[in-house]
Design a protein around this ligand. Structure first.
Ligand SMILES: [Mn+2]
Length: 438
């Protein structure tokens, strides 16, 4: 991959055309854009930047051909549109390639072509930045945030281990609950990603659990996860396993905590990733980039938007509670129409799939309007059950929708005029129990 990166650097340095950079709006895309922008800025190279939700054909068509086009954390799936552009294209991405043929106007930097390890967009942009100048080593922290944002932190390989070393992140094995830097009582009470019966949402339950784990409140309140000793961490995990009856595998709740230095404070990379993502999805990608690049004003703004985002999610969940749903054996279809933002519908569906209200094997499909289209997000509760990507693919074949994702979590966009037809087909498919994950 380094060879390709060097080629990309020469192409950029020798370009006589102005440069346009396009990146994705999730945490990995935003950190990619932040790293790449800072690196170009330090090298004195001028460019313009645009952040997009997805790459669609009409958008690519209108991109200027008198520019050098650079795509970060996306575009590997859009090669057939990009090869028609009458200009040079550079892609720094880690997504699956649509096609093994890469046309001559495209320079592709993608670990899928050369490496055994999957490196996120931000990781590739960091390698680019470091090749451009060793001064850019301070951008490694952003690469770690992007890695966590794309959930690639579980088993870091050779390249990631080097990035981790460059970033001076502290890795601590422990409970996968964030932020690991805030007092435990608050984090346990408000966590939506790790559900603990009688504890999540109940302050007395939290206090009882911490007592069972032998953790005392001190003058400064309860410790944070980051401050626990190995013994305390192990006692807490045991106490939680006992509450989550039937759970024998601690892998689901235990993993690596990534503690980074950000704005001169110790922070949990997962929490920073969540706030970057929230800020961008609420429609403020420029604020999340400013936050990544150390702007104090933007940090304040990002903090406010993150709070608003969490409130939006909780009102979305409340709204869904009261909404008439289409429900059957092992499935729930929610059509929120224009009442929930399309940018948070996927997160809302994911939180629902972690809640104890739905038994393992349930398929949750949530829909929300996105201008003249409908964003559809499907989640499988637990690991066993039907393949949701296949279900969505089958339901969208006659409608020409675009499906993406995995067997356990997938999404698609359909045209609004097909709302009724889609819901009907989907319901029929979900009634029949044949698409299974092996
Ligand atoms: Mn990515």
């Amino acid at each position: 991959m380094l060879e390709k990166i060097k080629e990309a650097i020469s192409k950029i340095q020798e370009s006589t055309k102005p440069i346009k950079v396009i990146s994705h709006n999730d945490t990995d895309g935003i950190t990619s854009a932040a790293i790449f922008s800072r690196a170009l800025q330090r090298a004195g190279i001028k460019f313009s930047l645009e952040i997009v939700k997805a790459l669609e054909e009409p958008f690519i068509k209108q991109l200027p051909e008198d520019h050098l086009l650079i795509f970060l954390d996306l575009a590997s799936g859009s090669l057939s549109y990009l090869e028609k552009k009458n200009t040079d294209v550079i892609i720094l991405d880690h997504h699956e390639l649509q096609d093994s043929k890469i046309s001559n106007n495209i320079l592709m930097v993608n670990p899928q072509l050369t490496d055994e390890e999957n490196i996120s967009g931000a990781g590739i942009c960091y390698l680019f930045a470091k090749s451009l100048s060793p001064q850019n080593i301070d951008l490694a922290t952003l690469a770690v945030i992007g890695m966590v944002g794309d959930q690639l932190e579980k088993e870091p390989g050779k390249i990631y281990n080097q990035i981790i070393q460059d970033s001076k992140v502290t890795i601590k094995k422990g409970l996968l609950l964030y932020p690991a830097t805030r007092p435990l009582d608050r984090v346990l009470e408000y966590s939506s990603s790790l559900y603990i019966p009688d504890v999540t949402g109940s302050f007395p339950g939290v206090v009882a659990l911490l007592r069972e784990a032998g953790l005392q409140k001190t003058q400064n309140g309860y410790k944070s996860l980051a401050e626990l000793t190995d013994q305390e961490m192990s006692n807490l995990i045991t106490a939680i396993m006992l509450k989550r009856i039937g759970e024998t595998d601690s892998d689901k709740i235990v993993g690596n905590l990534y503690l980074i230095k950000f704005f001169n404070k110790q922070e949990d990379a997962r929490e920073i990733s969540a706030s970057i993502n929230a800020c961008s999805r609420m429609g403020y990608p420029e604020i999340s980039i400013g936050f990544c690049l150390g702007n104090k004003e933007m940090k304040k703004e990002a903090g406010k938007i993150y709070v608003e985002y969490k409130q939006n999610i909780s009102s979305a969940l409340k709204y869904i509670n009261e909404l008439n749903k289409i429900e059957g054996k092992n499935y729930t279809i929610i059509n929120a129409r224009d009442k929930i933002k399309d940018t948070i519908i996927g997160t809302t569906a994911s939180i629902m799939s972690h809640s104890p209200l739905y038994p393992e094997g349930t398929i949750i499909v949530a829909m929300a309007y996105n201008e003249d289209k409908i964003k559809v997000s499907a989640r499988l509760v637990g690991k066993k059950g039907r393949n949701v990507r296949e279900v969505l693919t089958k339901a969208t074949i006659p409608l020409k929708g675009e499906v993406g994702g995995h067997p356990g979590a997938a999404g698609c966009l359909i045209s609004k005029e097909h709302e009724e037809e889609f819901t009907k087909t989907l319901k029929n498919l979900l009634e029949v129990d044949f698409v299974k994950i092996e």
